[in-house]
Design a binder for this molecule. Sequence first.
Ligand code: NAG
Ligand code: NAG
Length: 437
Amino acid sequence: MFKLLLTLCFIAVIDVSFECTNTVYPFEKYLATKTPYRVVANNTFGKLEYEGCKAIKSWMIVRHGTRNPSDGFVLQYNTRLPDILNLIVTNYGHGVSENIEKISPKDIDLLKKWRSKVGQEDAKKLREEGEDEMILISERMQTRFPEVFPNVYSNTSYKFKYTHTQRTKKSAQYFATGLFGKKTAKDVWFPLPLKRDPILRFYKLCSKWRNTIKKQPIMELELFKKSSHFLELVDNVNKKIGAENVLNAEDVLLMYFACAFETAWNKVLKSPWCSVFTIDDLKVLEYHEDLKYYWIDGYGHQLTYQQACPAIVDMVEHFDNKEKYPLSVLYFTHSGTLLKMLAHLGLYKDEKILIANDYEKNGNREWKVSHIDAFATNLAFILHKCGDEEKVLTLHQENVVRLPSCPDSDLCDLQKFKEFYTDSVDHCDFNSMCDTV
Ligand SMILES: *[C@@H]1O[C@H](CO)[C@@H](O)[C@H](O)[C@H]1NC(C)=O
Ligand SMILES: *[C@@H]1O[C@H](CO)[C@@H](O)[C@H](O)[C@H]1NC(C)=O
């Protein structure tokens, strides 16, 4: 079942692989956690094989696809944004400032026609783009590893699970659609979702993390907002719309997220909100987001990623189980789970911690949520049998990644993996790390 929307496909008949490319505009690379998956996807279909090895099991965890914003954002989007829009349209063409005249007539036209695209009742719901993302990921994964993603559904071969939200439920259903087709996908059995799932959303149960990290102000973020780079950005955007000190930091962030969400929702039409930013402006906004997620869901605090061990244990138990089934475990969850897992594994770790003051030095940082935490971000572990040995292949965003346990090879010996991550595999004492003292 191939649903290839507005993409261009190149087919290499010789090795039966083919690639579908999307047009990616430069500004689409800086949209942080609201980046649509098409910007980071591995668009190549085709078998992924290692000589002498056979894929025998998989364990995959997926962030839901492109969604609507939260209700708090929707409110701002429907009230404050139209005010800003009026300001721009009124100022344009009146020589208020030379900057505003740099907005192209086409973008002004788009702004004039702009209407809010979400109602409060649709907050956080999966969008059509999110449906497409899921279908395409599962279709491609199936062409890579047909042995562990059979196209005939059975409740024994597959274990699906999602969190207690509409967006992960729909994501799971569309992922199944890509694997089995629309009709069969309706028959897929899903367990009842849990409000606080100890594996899919472990952090909901970690009171120490919630109280001491999640609910606390983020110092580096506050510092960055006061930095010359950020103040200059706010100034730039004010000037760009022919105003002075009218827009504050929150307004600028609102416009940025409007640009990001609208870009994610529509593959073709450019969001007019993106046209108020230069690429340099977007880089500052991206750093703001990278700092935020680094200190809430990333390397900022040890407990944040340490508490991801139940998910690692679940994966190892699935691989250690001598039963042939289920072949594939598929979990549908949220950004907070994926980022903590990446940090737990030691991926995308920079040598120095990420701080507000180092904006200029960190241009080439590993920790860029636009790349590592787009909508539909996914992490897949594929267990291979190579002769007598069992080895794990890891893919992030469908690209092969090498774990710190095996920096020199794609496939990592399962035993070696377990030894390297022994603290999480053999000593995952979630309660004692998470209980508030
Ligand atoms: C699918 O399998 C689960 C156990 O893994 C079981 O609880 C459930 O009832 C099964 N569903 C169907 C429709 O067979
Ligand atoms: C992308 O997918 C193709 C097809 O499965 C695979 O051959 C290729 O290695 C993947 N790219 C990366 C960087 O892993």
